[in-house]
Design a protein around this ligand. Structure first.
Ligand code: 2RA
Length: 329
């Protein structure tokens, strides 16, 4: 297949190239796409060099699938043009996620909603993806009433500039700032911009996207999203209230059986998920599984995943794999 990666020079775009190669996605020709200023730059993929082209040039090259990760502006402007040319777009920006005519997909949760006429498919927000993969089997079994989530998010979620800010601060150097405050030796309780209701856009994404992906608007969600000086992945403390009671061993079994989830939950041996271990992995890790003793039918757990992998690139490539397997692209 001819595959375009739009935003190929960015953090998520480079991860998409790695994941396509690692998973042996059937790429016959790669089309790396970026803005005019990166045009002509060479990108290596599976030992071959490919020249970066602009989005307009990429449309003329007619790939079957285009993985977009170049920001909301590029997606809003170009995804419809790619789609009109018959190219299936899998878009990692937030531009189309809440559009009722577009599917928002985490393959382990709702791949079944995809159809051959879906030409722009939205890849959810990183912190939402890792949470819903864990919520899915629990909702099926015990029916979730309410979720309270607090996140501890890696600077890689912001992009290259934020990684540079953290590295500069650690080296005692001045440089460009991605955040309004120092991030090293600090915690910033703001991810993305504030909304009128006092929540940030990231928090509202976690709330709305969870309902859409789970296909259930009755699940009540509240979120506090926080940036921490970490690089390997996002962590989440999640409190889940169910309609029905559960057995802790059964919860562990359900999660262990869930595709894409690895249970790391052995407090006696100090084993629990951490971003430094999740880094570079495609799975979602869950641990610290315990009852909330302050309220019945309520569970606490801790979820960690590499936000550039399952939270972005891996999920997008898995959608592409599903489309190919089902003959939908
Ligand atoms: C973040 N959720 O971590 C974003 C990236 N999509 O900032």
């Amino acid at each position: 297949m001819k595959i375009a990666v739009v935003g190929a020079t960015g953090l998520v775009g480079s991860e998409m190239l790695k994941v396509l190669a690692e998973r042996n996605f059937p790429v016959t020709e790669l089309i790396p796409v970026a803005s005019e200023k990166s045009k002509g730059k060479e990108i290596e993929f599976k030992g071959k060099k490919y020249k970066v082209v602009t989005p307009d040039e990429a449309i003329d090259l007619k790939p079957q699938i285009a993985l977009f990760s170049a920001g909301g502006g590029t997606s809003t402007a170009y995804a419809p043009q790619f789609a009109a040319a018959g190219i299936t777009v899998i878009d990692n920006s937030s531009a189309w996620r809440m559009d009722p005519t577009k599917k928002l997909v985490v393959p382990e949760v709702n791949a079944h909603v995809l159809a051959s006429d879906d030409k722009i498919i939205a890849n959810p927000n990183c912190s939402t993806i890792q949470m819903v993969v864990v919520l899915k089997p629990l909702h099926e079994k015990y029916k979730i009433k309410r979720v309270v989530v607090s996140t501890y998010q890696s600077v890689t979620g912001t992009g290259v500039k934020a990684v540079q800010q953290l590295n500069d601060e650690r080296a005692g150097k001045d440089g460009e700032k991605a955040y309004p405050y120092q991030i090293d030796l600090n915690v910033i309780p703001q991810i993305d911009v504030f909304q009128d209701n006092g929540y940030t856009k990231e928090e509202m994404k976690m709330i709305k996207e969870t309902n859409k992906i789970m296909g259930d608007d009755n699940i009540r969600v509240t979120a506090t999203t926080v940036r921490i000086p970490v690089m390997g992945g996002h962590s989440e403390s999640v409190n889940i209230e169910f309609e029905n009671d559960f057995d802790l061993n059964e919860v562990r079994d359900l999660l262990a059986k869930q595709t894409g989830v690895i249970v790391v939950d052995d407090p006696a041996n100090l084993k629990y998920p951490m971003p430094k271990d999740a880094h570079g992995k495609d799975e979602v890790f869950v641990g610290r599984i315990r009852r909330d003793e302050s309220q019945e039918k309520t569970l606490n757990l801790w979820i960690v995943a590499d936000n550039l992998r399952k939270g972005a690139a891996t999920n997008a490539v898995q959608i592409a794999e599903y489309l190919v397997k089902q003959g939908l692209a």
